[in-house]
Design a protein around this ligand. Structure first.
Ligand SMILES: Nc1nc2c(c(=O)[nH]1)N[C@H]1C(S)=C(S)[C@@H](COP(=O)(O)OP(=O)(O)OC[C@H]3O[C@@H](n4cnc5c(=O)[nH]c(N)nc54)[C@H](O)[C@@H]3O)O[C@H]1N2
Ligand SMILES: Nc1nc2c(c(=O)[nH]1)N[C@H]1C(S)=C(S)[C@@H](COP(=O)(O)OP(=O)(O)OC[C@H]3O[C@@H](n4cnc5c(=O)[nH]c(N)nc54)[C@H](O)[C@@H]3O)O[C@H]1N2
Ligand code: SF4
Ligand SMILES: [Mo]
Length: 716
């Protein structure tokens, strides 16, 4: 007799944790249970609630199981996949013929990033079309890290990794919940942090909230949001003034140390303490612990600083801290993860001079932006659709994302998406973006497809040269007409006569590739062949030849560029705009609070919020506030509150959060329906109604999502 259920090994693909799991499937190969795999060599049994509840997503009655086409009245009807693809291709072809390929754009979100076989398909599809209009969630996230690298320069061996540092400084990240902060050990992060602290590593956290991570910190600085540039400039000021920097490293590898010292002169501890509302001596304590008492270990930023005003400058200053303190791997040191899927290459102890990629090549028609990692800034997507003229975007393909929820100024984004001639979404649920789409193409979900961990960011996932393959371990619901995402791109490309490339390898446009073939192409530089990878149930550590940092060329003229002219100008701007004690003035209005971004443990952005067990935990998104502020405003838990920014207003319910510092309001994103939904309040509120696309950073057009001035008032 066949057993009624079977167990299989796989890994979760909802966040960077990539937790190893054991899934149980029934006799029909349907997913029935997930648990953490205690024998997983990387994540050691860890799995979070939402990871375990992925069963609900797979089996959800709300899951879209057939391609859908929107009727003129806004309702949807089932359509056969072949017909949907024929119709979409015909409409794309007409737009291409009348308006050129630039009229066709794409947006890629989190769901696409975690689908290894098609992680670059949207980009490849647009490239084959000849359209530069590739957008993604990266430029409403942490693209300031690319901007910082582009302006300061790159050290190919990288920073001193977490597990070898004697200190780790986090600016605005909460890896114990987000399992995401770059540089942290994300494989079962709480356990890894305990181990690191047991061996003596010091943790410094800078965050307006005493987060789960901050609770474990040796020093915790709790500033107002939006003041990271001042704080970081203050730390650099103290470090250079007291001579706690690494003189030798600076002399050999960095330009503008003296100019930087002068540029941060205004950021005295007293100045920083007054504007960021932190104790002066605590700031000095952070500088001393990071630069003087510790000698190895890096500083890293996450969404807190990156989503605030001057996010590019904040990441630049974080890297300045690492440079002046010499927190990089040096000649002869071992590279712990020289590459698993990524091609191995020699890493020299020598600066690659600031590449400023965006200053070469394509310029956008609006705002004159260049490309970052081959993509245009998502902060400009709505304008690209709404602004008439040659190159106006008429069609948009959304892959595994929910841009109507994710992009600031939701009303404008909705207006733009409604103005499109064609909106197609590859998406498993009826999200706010799907609701506006002309066609919805449903993908397989994570446990139904073969995959590899998010290899385009593999160095962030694990410090070891480790990767793993998972086969599909469950079947989609009976009768479902779902496909692995790449099928849709390949089918559209074939119909449009395009030659699709996958990581530079031209695909056969007669016979569709299998998912394994695509993964094998992506893994073609791995030190083992794909069959060996496929055979290793719990993945492979590709130790092979260890790799060490190679010596730099002593004659190399290349150095870190600590203070290029645009950075210097931005720093002067920050120095000159000192917020008043009573709040911030915008257009003659005074704002007393600041909004702060934060993530919730039980959902990833907007994904998962519709599932029953998640919904029980997160029925809507409150406005988290410090209890003292609530008292001062006459608010009690659950009271209605109107929150106003210079741009817009939302209603939410106040919730006391004693971990949040006073003067701050935090309303998690990802909730809410469309702006004019009747039953809107039931699903919480879209915080992006409060945020604007007008005020944005140079280079990546990053909108301001944290540190934004707001006011609030109790609702009757
Ligand atoms: N105000 C505010 N706005 C923010 C943020 C913030 O902190 N505050 N954060 C920003 C950040 S960091 C990001 S990354 C963006 C997020 O931006 P997005 O990635 O665009 O948004 P998500 O809500 O994560 O949407 C992911 C979608 O993928 C779908 N999905 C899930 N699994 C699969 C799959 O297997 N295949 C496919 N094809 N799709 C799948 C989900 O159903 C969901 O609709 O939002 C940004 N917006
Ligand atoms: N459970 C869960 N995990 C997730 C996600 C999720 O939605 N839920 N989203 C995923 C995505 S798309 C991303 S990009 C990552 C993000 O991962 P993280 O960047 O670690 O995100 P958060 O946990 O929100 O941590 C950001 C911290 O910044 C603080 N902060 C806010 N404003 C400021 C500021 O101006 N300055 C400073 N210094 N701090 C500030 C907040 O209080 C918060 O603690 O997480 C990923 N993982
Ligand atoms: S931490 Fe991330 S990878 Fe691990 S189970 Fe949760 S969602 Fe999945
Ligand atoms: Mo993100």
């Amino acid at each position: 007799m066949e057993p009624a259920t079977r167990q299989r090994l796989s890994f979760c693909r909802q966040c960077m944790g990539h937790c190893g799991v054991v899934v149980t499937v029934d006799a029909d190969e349907r997913l029935v249970e997930i648990r953490g795999d205690h024998d997983d060599p990387q994540t050691l049994g860890y799995a979070c609630f939402k990871g375990l509840k992925a069963t609900e997503g797979h089996n959800s009655p709300e899951r879209i199981l057939h391609p859908l086409r929107r009727r003129p009245d806004g309702s949807f009807e089932r359509i056969a996949a072949g017909q949907a693809l024929d119709e979409i291709a015909a409409r794309l072809d007409r737009i291409r013929a009348s308006d050129g390929p630039e009229a066709i754009a794409g947006y890629k979100g989190g769901g696409a990033f975690f689908t290894g076989s098609s992680v670059m398909m949207l980009n490849a599809f647009l490239a084959a079309l000849g359209s530069p209009k590739a957008f993604s969630s990266v430029t409403i996230d942490q693209s300031s890290k690319a901007v910082a690298a582009g302006r300061i320069g790159i050290w190919p061996p990288g920073r001193v990794p977490f597990h070898r540092g004697d200190v780790f400084l986090i600016v605005g990240g909460n890896p114990l919940v987000s399992v995401s902060t770059g540089g942290f050990d994300l494989r079962n992060p709480a356990k890894r942090l305990r181990e690191a602290r047991a061996r003596g590593m010091k943790l410094i956290v800078i965050d307006p909230r005493r987060t789960e991570t901050a609770r474990a910190a040796d020093v915790f600085l709790q500033p107002l949001p939006g003041e990271d540039c001042a704080i970081l400039a203050g730390l650099i000021h103290v470090i250079l003034e007291r001579g706690w920097h690494d003189r030798e490293f600076c002399e050999r590898h960095a330009d503008h140390v003296e100019a930087l010292r002068e540029a941060v002169a205004a950021f005295t501890p007293a100045h920083v303490a007054a504007r960021a509302r932190v104790p002066e001596e605590k700031l000095v304590e952070v500088a001393e612990l990071f630069a003087h008492r510790c000698s190895r270990g890096a500083a890293a930023g996450s969404t807190g600083p990156d989503m605030s005003p001057h996010g590019n400058l904040a990441e630049h200053l974080i890297e300045c801290l690492n440079v002046i303190c010499g927190r990089f791997l040096r000649e002869g040191e071992r590279l712990d993860n020289p590459g698993a899927i990524a091609a191995r290459r020699p890493r020299r102890a020598q600066v690659v001079p600031a590449p400023r990629w965006w200053e070469r090549g394509y310029r956008s028609r609006l705002g004159d932006f260049g490309l970052l990692d081959g993509e245009l800034p998502t902060g400009t997507l709505a304008d690209e659709i709404l602004e008439p003229g040659p190159g106006q975007v008429k069609a948009l393909l959304v892959h595994g994302g929910n841009p109507v929820s994710a992009i600031p100024d939701q009303r404008k984004v909705v207006r733009a998406f409604e103005a499109l001639d064609l909106l197609v979404t590859i998406e498993p649920f009826m999200t706010v973006t799907a609701r506006l789409s002309d066609y919805i193409l449903p993908p397989t979900l994570q446990y139904e497809r073969a995959d590899l961990p998010l290899f385009v960011y593999e160095s962030l996932i694990t410090p070891e040269p480790y990767t793993r393959y998972t086969p599909p371990v469950a079947r989609p619901p009976g009768g479902a007409e779902v496909r692995d995402d790449h099928v849709y791109f390949w089918e559209l490309s074939r119909r449009l006569g395009l030659r699709l490339e996958h990581f530079g390898v031209p695909l056969d446009m007669e016979t569709p590739p299998t998912t394994d073939e695509l993964l094998a192409i992506a893994a073609r530089h791995a030190p083992v062949d794909f069959d060996a990878l496929r055979a290793a149930e719990r993945g492979l550590r590709m130790d092979g030849e260890p790799q060490y940092v190679e010596p730099g060329d002593p004659a190399s003229p290349h150095r870190f560029s600590l203070l290029p002219a645009d950075v210097a100008a931005e720093l002067r701007d920050v120095a000159s705009r000192v917020p008043g004690i009573e709040g911030v003035e915008v257009d003659g209005r005074s704002f007393r609070y600041r909004l702060a971004v934060r993530r919730l443990r039980d959902a990833v952005n907007s994904a998962g919020l519709n599932l029953p067990s998640i919904r029980r935990r997160l029925p809507s998104n409150p406005a988290y506030m410090n209890p003292d502020d609530m008292k001062a405003e006459g608010l009690r838990d659950g009271d209605g509150v109107l929150i106003e920014s210079p741009h817009g207003a939302i209603r939410a319910r106040a919730a006391a959060d004693p971990t949040l510092r006073s003067g701050v309001v935090s309303v998690p994103h990802g909730f809410g329906g469309l702006p004019d939904d009747e039953d809107g309040a039931e699903r919480g509120v879209a915080v992006n109604l409060l945020l604007s696309l007008e005020q944005r950073e140079a280079i990546n057009a990053m909108p301001r999502m944290s540190g934004v001035p707001v006011n609030l008032r109790a609702l009757p």
